[in-house]
Design a protein. Sequence first.
Length: 134
Amino acid sequence: MVLKDRYLALPHVFVPDIRYIDWFELRKRKFKDVVFDKDNTITVPYQLNLWAPLASSLDECKAVFRPNIAVFSNSAGLYEYVHDGSKANALEKAIGIKVIRHRVKKPVGTAGEVEKHFGGEASQLIMVDQNKTH
C-alpha cells in the first residue's frame, strides 16, 4: 500500500526534541499510536541505547500510549541492512519498545508495515523524527 495521504508523512510541528512533546495532549486529541525514528530522535546515531536526557519523556509517552508505541528505523529494522534482526532485538531490550521490521526503505517506501503493526490508519498515529536541518 502506498501512503495514501503523503501529507501525513510530513512533519506538522517542529520541536527541539521529544522533551517538548505533550503526550497527554496528543492522546486527548485522539491520536492512538506513536512511531519513533531512531537515529537522532531517541538515540545517538547507530547506538542501541536511549539518549539518557530523553528518558523521562519516553517514560511519559509509554505511560500514555503503551502498548501502541514502536520504532520504525532503517538502521535497526530494515531487513536489507540487518538480515538477522539482531539490532532490532537489542534496541527493543534496551528501550522497551517494539521495533517494526520492514522491507522497504523509508521514507520512500510504504505505510503498510506501520499500519499493519498497529492495525489502524496512518492518520491516527504520530510520527516522531528528529530533523537536524530545522
